[in-house]
Design a protein around this ligand. Structure first.
Ligand code: FE
Length: 231
């Protein structure tokens, strides 16, 4: 067992060195970076399978329950749920008002609270206010409304820069905001998750809730982009 631990640690160390080397090489144009990433990824995969196997054998987890949870977050919840909430808020002023006043209560009414039961806060983008959501600590995110978070949301660079230089981050996303726009950054926690209600684009008058929902993107509900009508 001790030998296993040593060899595993050794393997991980070598993998990290290999990854660092190839990542450095990538900056110089090397194509080996993908091989290093896949190498590390496969190690995480092996570790995860081993952990699941041990916990299952100890009867601490039930694989069928795990499959159901993964299926739920991969196939049943996703940004389409948040998009419906946003579209409804664009069409129904009373719903929008209630959403902004107490999003958790509205989510409960719509059966959108999810298993975590965390507090939900909705914030609206206007021509003069732009909201951006981050989790500086880890990756807290409104899963019941948006599904699994994007990789960049969990990235340390995003988590650090979003609170220091949100305009710079938004600029990297291709969103340039005027000086007359106030940027508000919301730091999610295990207790509070945020949903951005993006601005309804001009030219959508007369659209149905379904048509409007199809325009709402995941990133717009994090505040990382504005919704544009397709050309
Ligand atoms: Fe977090």
């Amino acid at each position: 067992m001790a030998d296993d631990k040593v060899s595993r640690r050794d393997f991980i160390t070598k993998s990290s060195i290999a990854a660092s080397t190839t990542l450095a090489g990538a900056a110089a144009g090397s194509a080996d970076v993908h091989a290093a990433e896949e190498h590390l990824q496969s190690d995480y995969s092996v570790r995860t399978k081993a952990l699941v196997s041990v916990l299952t054998n100890k009867r601490l987890i039930n694989p069928a329950t795990m499959d159901a949870v993964v299926d739920y977050y991969e196939n049943k919840v996703g940004p389409h749920i948040g998009a419906r909430v946003v579209a409804k808020s664009w069409l129904d002023a009373d719903y929008r008002q209630r959403l902004l006043a107490d999003a958790r209560a509205v989510a409960r009414e719509d059966n959108l609270t999810g298993a975590q039961g965390t507090d939900l806060v909705a914030v609206e983008n206007t021509p003069h206010v732009h909201n951006l959501v981050v989790c500086t600590l880890c990756s807290c995110y409104p899963w019941p409304l948006l599904g699994l978070p994007p990789a960049w949301y969990k990235d340390t660079a995003y988590r650090a820069q979003a609170v220091i230089d949100p305009r710079g981050v938004l600029s990297k996303f291709g969103l340039e905001l005027g000086d007359d726009v106030e940027v508000r950054v919301w730091d999610s926690t295990a207790e509070i998750r945020y949903l951005v209600i993006p601005e309804r684009p001009a030219g959508t008058e007369g659209m149905s809730e379904t048509e409007l929902a199809s325009l709402v993107t995941r990133d717009s509900m994090i505040g990382a982009e504005k919704i544009e009508l397709p050309a």
